[in-house]
Design a protein around this ligand. Structure first.
Ligand code: ZN
Length: 194
């Protein structure tokens, strides 16, 4: 429940909700519902926002930076919604210091499209299955190759070590085969020369 000390926050939330409602009138009822859930009271245009006394314990909020939804305890919402984006170069200039979360999703979230190395869609999947990682599957998709590497290093330490070792063994074997073939070739040439 947003308390009386949070007047500024209430005003900010209402102002933001108002802006969203103007952009898309279809959102008005869900905005009103969410505001009510939060115990935000006030006037939004012609609509009066009131607590509908619902007992839903969770609420979905959205990152104003990338649209990512998060489900949080309703009791945590006043605190979470008060968070602001940092005023540094980790944030685009126009968003610095702005509220970090919104009750409506006003940006399409970035769709993660890079599969974890253990994802069934990974082109290496067959190779992995044949090298002791059959059944070791992860369905996570991430937003960049870099994130995939970080994810694999932190979440799949054991599998990652195993993959590296299998790759090294394979390179080793290929190298020995190459060496043997080279030696054979040289011997063959030697025989022809005599
Ligand atoms: Zn994974």
């Amino acid at each position: 429940m947003v308390t009386g000390q949070d007047d500024q926050l209430q005003a900010d939330i209402l102002e933001e909700a108002m802006k969203e409602a103007i952009k898309d009138p279809n959102l008005v009822s869900s905005i009103l519902h969410n505001l009510g859930e939060l115990g935000v009271q006030g006037q939004m245009g012609d609509a009066t926002v009131a607590n509908p006394e619902r007992d839903a314990s969770y609420i979905t909020i959205y990152s104003t930076l990338d649209g990512t939804p998060s489900t949080i305890l309703r009791s945590m919402a006043p605190k979470t919604l008060r968070k602001r984006l940092p005023s540094d170069n980790t944030v685009p200039r126009e968003k610095r210091g702005q509220l970090a979360f919104s009750l409506v999703q006003n940006i399409s979230p970035v769709v993660p499209e890079y599969p974890c190395i253990l994802h069934p869609e990974n082109p290496m999947r067959e190779w992995l299955d044949g090298h002791g990682l059959l059944g070791k599957v992860c369905y996570k998709k991430l937003t960049s190759q870099f994130s995939v590497r970080r994810h694999v290093e932190t979440r799949h330490k054991h599998e990652n070590a195993q993959i590296k070792e299998e790759e090294a063994t394979e390179r080793d074997r290929e190298y020995r085969e190459y060496q043997r073939a080279t030696v054979e070739l040289l011997k063959e040439r030697g025989r022809r020369a005599t």
